[in-house]
Design a protein around this ligand. Structure first.
Ligand code: GLC
Length: 678
């Protein structure tokens, strides 16, 4: 049962596409509510054992209790637990306890979620005065999520090749670099499906251009590597460089498609290329125009993109920079002390992503002029929507890969996300594990984190453990910041171990893809907290570092340096599969309860649920890309059980004809065909 409450005159965000029952807010019974024209405040007293799920891309655990979260899309590379906002705004949460219900706040401005931060037992949600709130009641956690997902519409489907391993680095600058990355993997028989091009491929960081010195025959090069079944995935940034003679800039100015400042001039911010304008992606004409720009790259053979800096990130605005320089000049001959010295540092660092700047430019939402800060969280979403709507015209029958950094609920229909600029810290591996189910609740299914950590120098063991988790994430991408240690797996010794882990991903491809597609088509979560599958088991609610993945398995990644294993909680008896490679595995039944499970650095353990089966592809010796894999050669793992079955989804992996359930097959195996290595 979904109820809708409307406050003030809300902005149409497009987050919701399904139906609900409209109610008047006087009838809101699930939470206490105070509404005045500037804000809506919802309060709820949590019981000791209540668990709060949701909020998508945020810091901290799966259970969100005990902190203050603010939906305010922010470019911040320090995803530490004292931050309040990351790149996305995902205003959905579930209260689970004496009363269990979901709540979605459709408000594109700042929304805060005080989940036991001010007072341990009190949940307080504060939104602006113009918003729509949905409450969802259902028979279970899964049912609440399913209803919510139906409300917000079907999730984005990536082409199947995008489930292969992707390698990225801010710093691959020319054809030579890309060739080196491909041969670095393929010559060593390490699967690799795609190489991402970061900003260095562009001509002076201008969107929809290619540096012709670095890539003299770009189209020919795209074709050359396509022959090897490898895809190139270029980045597109939100800011359009201000440069005379640059067509995107000139057209945007001419048609009035950029965001405006208070005086009606095109708003000037600075990002990678220096001064830029932002395309007004909240305006449907501008969106169509900007989306159309992807055509050129698609015509060069490109079939995947990542949209970046679209919170939108701002290094500085000219206006504020001028003020800061004035202040600095005035301070020049001062004796800077405890206050003035820190003030000087602060005014410089606060230039970036400044709320003042976000309050100083405007969108034209098809006739309604609106200040950016009221709709801040919609920018990345609409940049991605621009591209996706254009793809429907440019390539109507096939899927194009798209993942964005910033997002809002609704964007999940147009693309996936990667979780932004994490760090090469063990703690960030755990964060990535914990973010996955929360993102899935909000419909963001095609997602993953920068494996090994984006910032900082990774270590060989962190990379290995992260790959062992990352092999389950639909987006499996190793990415690194400029200036950090090179971390393509072939940079390290123990190459056999890295190869084996990536090969395990490829051997699980049938399962991963089938489970991803079923989650999309059935509005389910691909990654789930353990309690979602075992709601009657109180202990399952406390599990913060294990996940259910698809219908058949549970994973328990190791995320602590030098750990030789870890404690795992099994809500029921399961079959544990221990693997060093797709070929070297052992299986063992493990009873319900808490167990210490040794897991060597180069091992992966998977727990198969009772009555379920796990298909694994029998890989040939040499696998460079999915093209080398024959998915009809499957072995079936699981406990022998006459009732065990698996629902397999398959399709051509590229067309958009996936809305039919006709491709679903229920597979039942004879007991003698099930087992380890059969
Ligand atoms: C941003 C992105 C990162 C990228 C960098 C350079 O920080 O999040 O992935 O490498 O910009 O484009």
């Amino acid at each position: 049962m979904i109820r809708k409450y409307i406050f003030g005159s809300p902005i149409e965000t497009g987050a919701v596409v399904g139906t609900s029952v409209t109610d008047t807010y006087e009838h809101m019974t699930l939470m206490d509510m105070v509404y005045d024209s500037t804000s809506v405040v919802l309060s709820y007293t949590m019981e000791e054992d209540d668990v709060i799920y949701g909020l998508g891309q945020q810091v901290r655990g799966i259970n969100k209790r005990g902190y203050l979260y603010i939906s305010n899309a922010t470019d911040d590379p320090n995803h530490i637990e004292t931050k309040h906002s990351l790149y996305g705004a995902h205003n959905f949460l579930i209260v689970c306890g004496k009363k269990t219900f979901g709540i979605f706040i459709d408000d594109p401005g700042q929304v805060s979620f005080d989940v036991g931060y001010t007072a341990i037992d009190s949940l307080k949600v504060t939104a602006g005065g113009d918003c729509v709130i949905y409450t969802i009641e259902g028979s279970s956690l899964k049912d609440i999520v399913k209803q919510f997902r139906k409300l917000i519409g079907q999730s984005y489907v990536a082409p199947k090749w995008a489930f292969g391993y992707q390698q990225s680095r801010w710093g691959y600058k020319d054809i030579k670099d890309v060739r080196r990355v491909i041969s670095g993997h393929h010559d060593q028989n390490i699967p690799l499906e795609a190489v991402c091009l970061d900003i260095d491929y562009m001509e002076r960081y201008k969107d929809f251009t290619v540096d012709r010195e670095a890539f003299p025959d770009f189209e020919g090069f795209v074709e050359e590597i396509k022959q090897q079944n490898v895809h190139l995935v270029p980045i597109i940034d939100a800011g359009v460089k201000i440069e005379e003679g640059y067509d995107v800039y000139e057209e945007g100015v001419k048609y009035g498609y950029f965001c405006k400042d208070e005086d009606g001039n095109d708003f000037v911010a600075a990002v990678w290329p220096g001064k830029v304008h932002f395309p007004d992606v909240l305006n449907s004409d501008a969106r169509k125009w900007f989306g159309g720009k992807y055509r050129w790259l698609i015509e060069q053979g490109i079939d995947g993109f990542w949209n970046d800096m679209n919170e939108p990130a701002i290094f500085y605005s000219q206006k504020q920079l001028d003020q800061v320089f004035d202040e600095l000049v005035a301070m020049r001959n001062e004796n800077l002390d405890i206050n003035s010295y820190f003030h000087m540092k602060d005014i410089v660092s606060e230039l970036s992503n400044s709320p003042k700047d976000y309050r100083s430019f405007y969108h034209n939402m098809d006739g309604r002029v609106i200040c950016h800060d009221k709709v801040h969280n919609l920018f990345g979403y609409n940049m991605t929507k621009a591209a996706s709507e254009a793809f429907d015209t440019i390539a109507p029958d096939r899927r194009i890969l798209m993942y964005s950094r910033s997002s809002y609920i609704g964007m999940h229909r147009y693309g996936g996300i990667w979780t932004g600029d994490n760090q090469a810290w063990w703690q960030q591996l755990l964060l990535s594990i914990q973010q996955m189910p929360s993102l899935n609740m909000c419909g963001i299914l095609y997602t993953g984190s920068d494996i090994g950590g984006f910032g900082g120098d990774t270590t060989p063991d962190l990379l290995m453990r992260w790959l062992e988790f990352g092999l389950f994430t639909p987006l499996m991408r190793n990415h690194a910041a400029a200036g950090t240690r090179e971390k393509e797996v072939y940079q390290f010794d123990r190459l056999d171990d890295y190869r084996n882990i990536i090969r395990i991903r490829y051997s699980l491809m049938t399962y991963i893809y089938s489970e991803f597609m079923k989650s999309v088509l059935d509005d389910e979560m691909y990654f789930r907290p353990v309690a979602f599958d075992y709601p009657d088991d109180r202990q399952a609610y406390a599990v913060e570092d294990q996940l259910m993945v698809g219908e058949s398995i549970m994973i328990a990644p190791v995320y602590i340096q030098n750990a030789k294993g870890r404690y795992v909680y099994l809500p029921e008896e399961m079959m544990m599969v221990r693997m060093k490679s797709p070929e070297e595995k052992t299986c063992e039944m493990i009873a319900a309860g808490h167990h210490y499970i040794p897991v060597a650095l180069n091992e992966i353990v998977i727990f198969i649920k009772k009555g379920h089966l796990l298909p694994m592809i029998i890989l040939p010796k040499q696998v460079k890309t999915m093209a080398d894999v024959d998915e009809t050669r499957l072995e079936w793992l699981g406990a022998k059980d006459d009732e065990a079955s698996y629902v397999l989804y398959t399709d051509d992996g590229i067309s958009k004809k996936y809305t039919e359930k006709s491709q679903w097959k229920i597979i039942k195996m004879r007991n003698e065909d099930i087992g380890c290595g059969k």
